[in-house]
Design a protein around this ligand. Structure first.
Ligand code: SF4
Length: 369
């Protein structure tokens, strides 16, 4: 049997955060029921093509999946079970915003239905910071969401944090990390704020005082150190966890394992083909399959990508699989404290992760020769 991951995209949010470039729509609640039906139909349409697969990870991401409400989410998860062979012990993650995880009986219903991992968009412990970036929750709601999730039976919780927020100081970031650890999550993702084109933050960025690159780098390096001291292993550029609590679903992406994405904007890598569905809810609801990307990467392209993705992780890449020119670049990085060779594997150091884009571009040029 082939191992498969499923990604289910839920493109609804209560409001749009100022930095967000995900495919998510505010004020579209009226389309939720039709969307659940469309997803159910798409899942059923894939039943035959996934007949030789065992699904060992399912990830409901968004948007704000929890905003759909427990009944719709349970119907969708049931559709997954009806359409695919889901392995016993599969990791089934639900992304949730704290404000839509306030009802303990709803969380219990989700846990009983099979969701076993909750990823909460905490982002900050400071209400002023949250308001500034357009988040609709408060820190008190994050605390309550974690308490509710624990009481509902979730023993695998992840918190997302963002550093480099408008006006954020190192002291404030340190306080956010302290507040996150006080909630004892099994997993943490820490992302640096990026000003993405087309977002309100990009349009109005001169109105915000953003920490500069050096300040962001200091915040990142502080987090790596601080989290290690508190028992959270870094296993990818932005991801940290208690031992054995890596996100199994996200790890598939970095290992180039197969996954299928459902919903507008979702990406897939299946049967040697890469494809993404257009970010067009109306077309999706009308049953049209519109691709925004579709390709069949060559063996050489996949090999290059394998190296690039492996270097995002702390597992790294086996030196003997690299061409000499790539090893030369990594030896040079090692001499500058940006990479490390251990047990025959090259990994980037935290300082190397900070400049990983530049390193990967150099490697890419070498590997494409
Ligand atoms: S909650 Fe997440 S997906 Fe929704 S607008 Fe904010 S950042 Fe985007």
């Amino acid at each position: 049997m082939r191992s498969l991951g499923l990604y289910i995209h839920i493109p609804f949010c209560k409001a749009k955060c100022i930095y967000c470039d995900f495919y998510s729509l505010p004020r579209a609640e009226g389309q939720m029921d039709a969307y659940v039906s469309a997803l159910t139909a798409q899942l059923a349409a894939w039943r035959e093509r996934t007949a030789d697969c065992t699904v060992d990870t399912v990830y409901f991401g968004g948007g704000t999946p929890s905003y759909l409400g427990p009944d719709r989410l349970c119907r969708l998860l049931d559709a997954v079970f009806q359409s695919c062979r889901v392995a016993p012990g599969a990791e089934i993650t639900l992304e949730a915003n704290p404000d839509s995880a306030q009802d303990i009986s709803a969380l219990r219903q989700l846990h009983d239905a099979g969701f076993d991992r909750l990823s909460l968009g905490m982002q900050s412990a400071d209400d002023a910071e949250l308001r500034r970036i357009g988040r609709v929750h408060t820190h008190a709601q994050t605390v309550r969401a974690v308490e509710n999730a624990r009481a509902a039976g979730f023993d695998n919780l992840s918190l997302d944090l963002i550093y480099g927020l408008p006006g954020q100081t190192m002291t404030r970031w340190q306080a956010n990390l302290d507040a996150a650890l006080a909630l004892a999550p099994e997993h943490l993702s820490c992302y640096g704020l990026k000003v993405e084109e087309g977002t309100p933050l990009s349009a109005r960025h001169e109105r915000f005082t953003l920490p500069d690159d050096d300040a962001q780098a200091d915040m990142y390096l502080y987090a790596v150190d601080f989290l290690a001291q508190h028992g959270y292993e870094q296993y990818e550029i932005s991801n940290f966890c208690r031992s054995g609590r890596e996100s199994r679903h996200n790890s598939r992406y970095w290992a180039l394992s197969e996954y299928l994405g459902f919903g507008p904007g979702a990406h897939s890598d299946f049967g040697g083909e890469r494809f993404a569905l257009a970010r067009d809810l109306d077309a999706y609801l009308a049953g049209h399959t519109v691709y925004s990307e579709r390709s069949a990467p060559s063996a050489r392209e996949r090999e290059t990508e394998r190296v690039m993705l492996a270097l995002r992780t702390t597992r790294g890449v086996a030196a003997h699989t690299l061409p000499e020119a790539a090893r030369r670049i990594l030896r040079n990085c090692e001499a500058h404290g940006l990479a490390h060779l251990s047990g025959g594997f090259y990994t980037l150091t935290p300082r190397g992760f900070l400049v990983s884009n530049a390193i990967l571009v150099d490697l890419l040029e070498t590997m494409e020769l």
